[in-house]
Design a protein around this ligand. Structure first.
Ligand code: ZN
Ligand code: ZN
Length: 248
């Protein structure tokens, strides 16, 4: 029981933001967002000493590894045209040449793009439903980590989320453009050329609605919308909150 748990008055110990239970070893530091977004060449050139990490259970963290790999293999082909994007794309080609397991995954992802005429990734729509769910799962992990960082509360895992992805040159969804144009709009990325994000909470009839916008490599826009489970009494929110263990 740590004496430093001042931020979270409801919990006896510091929780793991992924499972909601108290942190117990073995733990490790989760990079939020995932470390794989940053090319080694960028790390070598710049002193990235302000990357956000959050301690979590090691097992909770590694349960995302395969989906994170899939996420990166799906998105990196759209990253070209910015400094951070070009660097990660070069790493992607490098891996393709050297790492058979990664090359296999990349070929699988590339075949999925061939099936999509616009070349656009929309979870659950263009790519196979199941793989869209894998991408959404990684996106939701990032949002949960950032939400925990900003608010100190754990967003339940099982919430219903609406995720969109916009490739470079495509028009982002209307709500994103509206949020971006709000006079008090701010972004929070520590290295915005690699990863930037904004978030808002709006009052709606059913309670509150969270809206997040993320920008990867200055190229790909991801939006996530979801109910605020503490102010909403829809079935999904109630069930998601009930499934959240209290850290003791
Ligand atoms: Zn955990
Ligand atoms: Zn709800």
């Amino acid at each position: 029981m740590g004496p430093e748990s001042t931020q979270l008055p409801d919990h006896g110990a510091r929780p793991c933001y992924l499972c909601g239970a108290a942190l117990r070893p073995p733990t490790n530091n989760d990079h939020v967002p995932l470390r794989g977004l940053i090319a080694p060449a960028i790390t070598q050139r710049h002193n990235l000493d302000r990357l956000l990490t959050i301690p979590v259970h090691r097992a909770c963290n590694s349960a995302y590894s395969r989906d994170e790999e899939y996420f990166l293999a799906s998105l990196i082909p759209f990253s070209r045209g910015s400094t951070a994007g070009d660097a990660i794309y070069r790493k992607y080609l490098d891996d393709f040449a050297k790492d058979t397991r990664k090359a296999k995954l990349m070929r699988k992802v590339l075949r999925e793009f061939d099936a999509a005429p616009s070349g656009l990734v929309i979870p659950g729509k263009v790519v196979k439903r199941q793989d869209g769910a894998r991408i959404s799962r990684v996106v939701w992990k990032i949002v949960r980590g950032l939400h925990f960082h900003h608010h100190g509360t754990i967003m339940p895992d099982g919430l219903n989320t609406n995720v969109t992805m916009t490739a470079p040159g495509e028009r982002p969804p209307e709500p994103f453009l509206q949020v971006k144009d709000l006079p008090d709009d701010v972004t929070h990325g520590r290295y915005p050329g690699i990863f930037d994000y904004r978030f808002r909470c709006f009052d709606v009839d059913e309670g509150k609605l969270h809206y997040w916008g993320m920008l990867l490599w200055d190229k790909i826009i991801i939006t996530v919308a979801f109910h605020d489970p503490w102010t909403c009494d829809c079935e999904k929110c109630v069930a998601a909150l009930a499934a959240l263990p209290s850290a003791a």
